[in-house]
Design a protein around this ligand. Sequence first.
Ligand code: GTR
Length: 347
Amino acid sequence: MFWTKRNRGSVIAVALAALLVSGCGAGANSSGGTAQSGTSGSGASEGPTYSFRLAETHPADYPTTKGDVKFAELVKERSNGRITIEVFPSAQLGEEKAVIEQVQLGAIEFTRVSTGPMAEFNKDFGVFSLPYIFDNDEHVWKFLLSDKGMGLLDTLQSSGLQGLGWYSSGARSFYSSKPITSIEDLKGQKIRVIENKLNLAIISALGASATPMPYGEVYSSLQTGVLDAAENNYPSYYSSKHYEVAPHLLLDRHQRVPEVLLVSKTVWDKLSAEDQALIRQAALDSIEYQREEWAKYEKESEDAVRAAGVTITEVEDLTPWKDAVKPVIDSYRAEFGTILEAIEAAK
Ligand code: GTR
């Protein structure tokens, strides 16, 4: 795991690139393109040319990255090659929190991130970190595709971002370098969480100690004992190889934190209404493909970690878990009132 070092270099490179292009329109490269005359044609192949970048934390074979690539292909195809989006996988452009900041500035144009770190950038997005608010993935998707769910993508404008679509991310469970088979076993463990304040409250309600940390640092921290445990879905547990250093998985499925595809509002506002519609539709049309890829990889990764000898304990009774985190949910109920009601109604 050499991500951190490599990322530092990339972040500097990104910042420099941002300075260089800041004079020519939010990273948009109108290389020889002329503004659309608006007199004829469908518009898709007319107008400025753009070459954008999309930052992705996962490697190329991961379902979110495949979704990003599908999205980029649709945009390229439908604009007749005028708008290209290059996907940078494996956190080449930085860890999620830093990338979101760069996207807010317009230095990186697009990204796919978890809604977990987004909670620190837009308060409504914190709702997804509340534990046990969704029964299953079907429930998640019924909410995401509802008016309220799709409306959340637009509320990001006040945070300098525009949401384009949602991707699947399954359920998150705890895994540790020490045997864990019950809620009691988590007590006192140092657990890595995605960097947001809700996660701190949740982990402390479970009697453990939360360590917020970028994803790329978790493997080595588990290996060296800086952390005892972490939490994630099967695909990330497998793809990051965390199972090698934390081979005890406790399936409590405490969170279902969807993924979101974002564009910088600075970039978005410079696009024509036609290009915005084209990009938005391409994002929506990539969702089904990502969900299929997700379902396949979720199964593959579960099989792979089982085959690798991971100890997997299914939590039979979630009552003590739900009781432990209830005060956290209650303390956020007023803040997320109408969103929580919509989530409830989507059951
Ligand atoms: C994964 C998610 C990533 C990242 C990671 C984490 O499930 O797909 O975007 O947020 O979790 O725990 O940092």
